[in-house]
Design a binder for this molecule. Structure first.
Ligand code: NAD
Length: 359
């Protein structure tokens, strides 16, 4: 008998979504979903994830969770932007990307008339973005047709700033010299983060299912390799999940051997409300994902909004103070996640895309 599950509308209502749109392109077979969580603060910029999902339900779950996170990310970063995300459902794991597929996605994105602006996420690179940009102006992160380039160096820089704030909060100083950081996933963001951390004197432990990426981290940054099944339990000063989401749940918290969790992945916590409380109870400082990984959004959304290069750098630097302020508020809040959500929701309710310093 089929398990009873929440309807699409129930899932949207539960998370407060505005729109959930499905598209099938007859010519290419593209199957894609755009979820617009909120445009209360402005049009919504969010990446396109190209991934093999076991089921449509998994794809819907992912896009709903990711798009809501983008609303919080924009609000907490003081950007006058909403939150949205899209997913492309690959027919199988090895399905190669094509220009025709990207253009079909571009045409889908164009139907939102700018309410949704697409960008990179897992599985989508600058070339894919530029192919999409042949069909729509509402895409950021390309190098030729679209602009902004790969956002991952900016995301990594923001995570680095977030880590500094976490180190201070944990009473470990702000210095990375002699500190050990364990990274789960050394893809686009992970490699850039390795570079920054290595340059700042940190020791690195890395795990990845992609051997090429792993070898780069070892060869270029002197990283030590851990098995993918062991990386989350590595003894370290900072655990940095930089692969996919949902990797830390209540059970995993008991096995962590680190004073800090701070990484680039979206939706690091399986159940953010509960798991963030478990981290606080365990005395682990958590740099909330949508706060510390906002650097890429800040870069592309900032360019879209017409910010200057200096303004973009300052806005990325703000991730340090924003993280610090949230960690200070955590003392009087259920968790750092709850403190961050409270600020973001207040801004959205007030219709303010303002800097955190103004609140
Ligand atoms: P990516 O695809 O370039 O890198 C992900 C890496 O994780 C890959 O090397 C992959 O092999 C590895 N990986 C996948 N499953 C793994 C597992 N089970 N164990 C270990 N390694 C595994 O993606 P990215 O752009 O670096 O993004 C990483 C994360 O950060 C994603 O969750 C993404 O949503 C989030 N994020 C990225 C950006 C950005 O600017 N790219 C911005 C904000 C958030």
């Amino acid at each position: 008998m089929m398990q009873e599950k929440d309807s699409m509308f129930e899932q949207m209502t539960a998370r407060g979504h505005d729109r959930l749109c499905f598209h099938h392109d007859k010519e290419t077979g593209l199957r894609a979903i755009v979820a617009i969580h909120s445009t209360a603060l402005g049009n919504a910029l969010g990446g396109t994830r190209r991934w093999y999902y076991e089921s449509e339900d998994d794809a819907v779950y992912d896009v709903l969770r990711l798009s809501k996170g983008m609303t919080y990310k924009a609000a907490i970063s003081g950007l006058p932007m909403g939150g949205a995300k899209s997913v492309i459902m690959m027919p199988h794991r090895e399905f190669g990307r094509t220009e025709a597929e990207a253009r079909a996605m571009g045409r889908f994105v164009d139907t939102f008339n700018g309410a949704y602006i697409a960008a990179e996420d897992v599985g989508v690179d600058t070339q894919f973005i530029d192919w999409m940009a042949h069909e729509t102006n509402h895409v950021m992160g390309g190098e030729t047709v679209s602009r902004g380039g790969d956002p991952s160096p900016w995301t990594a820089l923001g995570v680095f700033h977030g880590m500094r704030a976490c180190l201070l909060q944990a009473g470990l100083g702000e210095d990375f010299v002699g500190k050990t950081v364990a990274l789960q996933g050394v893809g686009h963001v992970g490699q850039n983060l390795c570079k920054l951390l290595h340059g700042a004197g940190a020791k690195l432990i890395v795990a990845d299912i992609n051997k090429t990426n792993l070898d780069t981290a070892v060869d270029e940054f002197g990283a030590t390799v851990a098995h993918v099944d062991d990386i989350l339990k590595a003894e370290c000063d900072i655990l940095a999940p930089c692969a996919l989401g949902g990797v830390i749940d209540g059970n995993m918290v008991e096995h962590l051997r680190c004073p800090i969790v701070c990484g680039a992945a979206n939706n690091i916590l399986d159940d953010p409300e509960e798991d963030a409380v478990a981290l606080k109870t365990a005395g682990i400082v958590y740099g909330t994902d949508f706060v510390v990984n906002a650097g890429g959004l800040i870069h592309l959304a900032g360019m879209h909004l017409g910010m200057t290069d200096d303004e973009l750098v300052c806005k990325n630097d703000e991730i340090f103070t924003t993280t610090q302020q949230i960690l200070e508020l955590t003392e009087h809040s259920a968790s750092s996640y709850a403190a961050a959500v409270e600020i973001a929701e207040q801004r959205i309710a007030n219709g303010q895309g303002l800097s955190v310093h103004a609140s």
